[in-house]
Design a binder for this molecule. Structure first.
Ligand code: SF4
Ligand code: MG
Length: 320
């Protein structure tokens, strides 16, 4: 099957001045050459520690941030450098849900107005039809029409995330980038929101890019999972393969931190040495090498390419 989204050599660098009087510009390579596809109807999980470039990947993919380099093909059409009118039309199909349901909802608008806004901007409905669609969207996310007259601050975190989801659904999108949609929520509420997203995926044939810093969050919802480290994907596998047979040393370390449901299975916790290095000054070769317990001489000089190993993708010199 043809992918819905094809990301090719995607890069996003942010310039930073080295000092106030310095003329030299350094770059934070937040996203440093990504290649991956997202297939229709699937959930691709994207996981990594904070600062690894996950959110920047989501935003750059949607052209909310302009890529420094690379292509993003949506149904074969390159979104990068597309003229604004054409991009605006395609944008409807590509929506985002944010991490912080508190910050992403305008406090001056009623919930009804928040959900109606995209319908009005894109002139998809007028008058009574707007109210009807808002009511339908509220029902779809498990809220009711009487919530439409209230303000976002009157709702709990989980309900606010439902409102954010309703707003994203208003334009009948094909792809939703969910940027840590449950990270700000109580653990007890997280699975409710994830279950809702799963139900909606089935009901509306949605495709998800689901971003999280925790493998346990993406475990149930993902079909495939990509693991990011310092702006690059180091492993991209089928979910079960990733959990049962992780290849990259970083994936193994992340997995060792995921609690096992069966207490009889003893797991050795792999403690990563040191902190995540700054993306403004990444280590040479394999950027994971200063923290890798299996580091070899070649790892310090040569950047490993992402390539196929037993049907999965991994970027590590151990598999040469
Ligand atoms: Fe470790 Fe080398 Fe593999 Fe990097 S390439 S993860 S340093 S073994
Ligand atoms: Mg983030």
């Amino acid at each position: 099957t043809k992918p819905l989204i094809e990301v090719k050599n995607l890069k996003k660098y942010f310039p930073i001045k080295k000092g106030i009087f310095s003329q030299t510009v350094n770059y934070v390579k937040a996203v440093d050459g990504l290649d991956f596809n997202i297939y229709r109807g699937e959930t691709l999980g994207l996981v990594g520690e904070s600062g690894c470039g996950k959110s920047t990947t989501g935003r750059t993919l949607l052209q909310l941030l302009e890529p420094t380099e690379g292509e993003v093909l949506y149904e074969g059409k390159n979104l990068v450098g597309m003229n604004p009118t054409e991009l605006r039309k395609l944008r409807r199909d590509l929506q985002i849900i944010f991490q912080d349901p508190y910050a992403s909802l305008d406090p001056r608008l009623t919930v009804g107005d928040i959900i109606a806004e995209p319908l009005k901007i894109h002139r998809l409905a007028h008058g009574k039809e707007v109210d009807r669609q808002v009511e339908e969207l509220l029902n779809v996310v498990g809220l009711s029409s009487y919530h439409a007259k209230r303000y976002a601050h009157e709702f709990s975190g989980g309900q606010r995330q439902r409102i954010g989801i309703a707003r994203a659904l208003a334009l009948k999108p094909k792809l939703i980038v969910a940027d840590e949609p449950v990270s700000a929520l109580d653990v007890s509420i997280q699975s409710q929101v994830i279950n809702l997203l799963q139900d909606l995926q089935e009901q509306f044939q949605l495709t998800y890019l689901f971003i999280a810093h925790d493998l346990s969050v993406v475990k149930h919802i993902s079909d495939r999972i990509g693991v990011m480290y310092l702006g690059r994907i180091v492993e991209l596998s089928d979910k079960n393969e990733l959990f049962n047979n992780p290849k990259h040393p970083y994936t193994k370390a992340l997995l060792s931190a995921v609690p096992v449901p069966n207490p009889l299975i003893k797991k050795e916790r792999i403690v990563l040495q040191g902190d995540v290095p700054s993306p403004a000054n990444p280590p040479s070769g394999c950027t994971f090498h200063p923290r890798c317990s299996e580091c070899m001489a070649i790892c310090k000089t040569e950047k490993p390419a992402l390539k196929e190993v037993d049907g999965q993708l991994v970027a590590c010199h151990l598999y040469n």
